[in-house]
Design a protein around this ligand. Sequence first.
Ligand code: ATP
Ligand code: MG
Length: 400
Amino acid sequence: MMYKEILIRYGELSTKGKNKKDFIARLRENIRYSFADLAPLKIRTERDRMFIETETEERLEQLMTRLPKIFGIQSFSAVASADKNMDAIKAVAHEIMAQYTDETTFKVEVKRTDKKFPMETHDIQRDLGGYLLTHLDQLSVDVKNPQVPLRVEIREDAAYLMAGVIKGAGGMPVGSNGKSLLMLSGGIDSPVAAYLMMKRGVRIEAVHFFSPPYTSQNSLQKVMDLTNICTQFGARIRLHIIPFTEIQTLIKDRVPANISMTTTRRMMMKVADQLREEIGALGIVTGESLGQVASQTLQSLTAINDVTSTPVLRPLLSYDKLEIIDIAEKIGTYETSILPYEDCCTIFTPSNPKTKPKLEKVEYYESFTEFDELIEKAIRNRETHVFPRKEAADKFADLL
Ligand code: ATP
Ligand code: MG
């Protein structure tokens, strides 16, 4: 097999020593994790690059399909290596370019990291380009927009050749920026919020509130499926399912209908915050987007936010719904999100929720009811699942 390795260029990388080391170690771990269902990868890291052995054609293909989803990778290429002399480089270049049997335009780009190599960049380019043109009739040169940019990197240990660069997911390796608790509904927004936070290197645990018998097993399954899809970006996710019926029923009984939505959100936030503390997460993530619905006006967010001083991260705050849908489609959560199962909020939603709830009023109406005990109980009675699950992981493998 010609391509013996995949070369990975790191994403947004702080130049500072320790951070850089952590970034690389984390990325390596996340790549290993996302191939955990297969035989262990052989990975070697360098200061500015990472190399993974391709071993077999099948493995090369698996790497090509999974790597574009892993955060912290700027770009990657399948590489062939050659000894550091022109004959060896020409032979490998010939082998690579001979694969293109139709008329193909190409260009040779040379990067010479090893300054001791006896030829200048420009001379290597001309010599190699001329050699390929004389030996392979189907090739012609296009320096501006070649179909195959053949890149040759002359490094200390060997010459590396590659026929193009594939764009990575960018961002930072999941886990390099701490952990936050995601409030995950079955809707379109919160999985997208998860994706965006993971892209910034934040590890996610998720919490979901469900209200049986008003919400069904189907709606729960949907949330589990969404969680599972979110694991493809390079990390395991723990999902906490909180029984919320008792609290919601109490809110409905005790608080005027038009502010019950605000109170429901406040109670969710309280539960989430206690759970966050228990699991050692630093922030809370939601899929809220400013002005999208009554509970997402600035006044509502103020009233909801008042129950905690924990940072509440809202990566979608300024996004339009259509922009969110675009991302949901791209990351593969949209189809699952739009399945028509009831959500605990929609069921209890009053017909006329206040769009500008006053915090003092909300606090006043809540003050007659003791919620804390029920909050404790709900957290105690949670169910926790870890994703990907074995059978879920297998199912997901087909999707890749
Ligand atoms: P989504 O598409 O994420 O459901 P939405 O537009 O339907 O968002 P809301 O239902 O108002 O908006 O929910 C706002 C945010 O509150 C969600 O993005 C999510 O973070 C959180 N949330 C709502 N319902 C639940 C729930 N049942 N469990 C956990 N978090 C929830
Ligand atoms: Mg929702």
